[in-house]
Design a protein around this ligand. Structure first.
Ligand SMILES: [Zn+2]
Ligand SMILES: [Zn+2]
Length: 282
C-alpha cells in the first residue's frame, strides 16, 4: 500500500471525531451504531477490566524503574567525560529514534494481533490499546501511574542489567562501555515517557507552554500528526514517541508488508479483535 496523501488523511482527521466513522453500516445497524467515547459499550467493558491487581503491579514497576533509572543516572554523571560530548549527543539521538521505532512496533503488534481474552497479556497489555481506539480521550483522564506504568515496567530488565554492571565492573571497563550505557539509559528514558508524549498529543487544554512548544517543533509527538493514526481501521502512523519514523515507514510500506507476511504464515487476520470491539453494541 502506498503512502496516504496528507489531504486524504487530514480530511478524515481535522478534529477528534468518531474514530469508527469510516466503517460502513447497514440501515438496521445504523440505528444501533456504537457511539465512540466513554459511553461506547466496548469502552465501558474494557475500562472495567482495569483491576486493583493491575494497578498494584504498575505502581511497583514504576517505583522500581525510577530507582534503577536514578542509579544509572548517578553513575553516568560520575563517569561523565566532557570530551566525549559528541558521542553522548549521538547516543541521545539514536536512543530517541530507537524508542520511536519500538513504540511503533509494540503499538502495531498490540493493535493488530491478539485478543483481550489471552490470559494475563490480553487484559494486562492489549486491553488499553483496544480501549484507546474506541475512547481516545480516556487516556487524558488516566493518572501518571495508569498512563506510564507499563512503559516504565518494560525498561526494568535493561536498566537493571546496566545498574548491575555499574556495581560490578572496574572503572576502566565502565569507561570503555560508557557510550553503550548512555544509549541504553536514554533509550529507557524515552521508552518510559512514550505514553506520556502520547497522552499530551490527545490533551487540548491545560498543557504547559513548553510541552506545546516541543509538540509544535515536532521534538515530541504533535497532536495533528497523531490524528493520522486515529482513523479507522487504525492501520497507519503507529510510532508515538516523536513520530519521526512514521512517514519513512509509510513510504516503504513497512507495516502492511509485515502484516501480509504474518497473515500468510499464520492465517490470522490483522485487527480482527480491534474491529470486533469497535462494533460492540452491548
Ligand atoms: Zn492504535
Ligand atoms: Zn492515540
Amino acid at each position: 500500500m502506498g503512502v496516504k496523501s496528507a489531504t486524504e488523511i487530514i480530511t478524515h482527521s481535522m478534529t477528534e471525531e468518531d474514530p469508527n466513522k469510516n466503517i460502513q453500516y447497514s440501515e438496521g445497524e445504523l440505528a444501533k451504531k456504537p457511539r465512540w467515547g466513554p459511553e461506547h459499550a466496548g469502552a465501558k467493558e474494557l475500562a472495567s477490566k482495569y483491576t486493583a491487581g493491575k494497578r498494584f503491579q504498575e505502581t511497583v514497576c514504576l517505583f522500581v524503574s525510577l530507582i534503577l533509572l536514578f542509579i544509572n543516572f548517578i553513575y553516568l554523571v560520575i563517569y561523565f567525560d566532557p570530551s566525549q560530548w559528541h558521542m553522548i549527543l549521538l547516543c541521545a539521538l539514536l536512543g530517541i529514534v530507537t524508542a520511536d521505532f519500538c513504540s511503533g512496533l509494540v503499538h502495531w503488534g498490540a493493535d493488530t494481533w491478539g485478543t483481550v481474552e489471552i490470559p494475563i497479556v490480553g487484559s494486562g497489555f492489549i486491553r488499553p490499546f483496544r480501549e484507546h481506539h474506541i475512547d481516545p480521550t480516556a487516556i487524558t483522564r488516566h493518572d501518571f501511574i495508569e498512563t506510564n506504568g507499563d512503559n516504565f515496567a518494560v525498561v526494568i530488565p535493561f536498566t537493571g542489567y546496566t545498574a548491575y554492571q555499574f556495581f560490578c565492573m572496574t572503572p576502566q571497563d565502565i569507561a570503555e562501555t560508557y557510550n553503550w550505557k548512555m544509549y541504553i539509559f536514554l533509550l529507557s528514558v524515552f521508552v518510559s515517557l512514550t505514553n506520556q508524549c502520547h497522552k499530551w498529543s490527545h490533551t487540548y487544554f491545560g498543557l504547559p507552554w513548553y510541552i506545546t512548544l516541543l509538540q509544535d517543533m515536532h521534538v515530541i509527538l504533535p497532536k495533528r500528526h497523531h490524528r493520522f493514526h486515529h482513523v479507522a481501521p487504525h492501520e497507519t502512523y503507529y510510532c508515538i514517541t516523536t513520530g519521526w519514523l512514521n512517514y519513512p515507514l509509510e513510504m516503504i510500506g513497512f507495516w502492511p508488508c509485515v502484516e501480509r507476511l504474518i497473515e500468510h504464515l499464520t492465517g490470522s487476520k490483522p485487527r480482527s479483535d480491534d474491529m470486533a470491539w469497535a462494533s460492540k453494541t452491548h
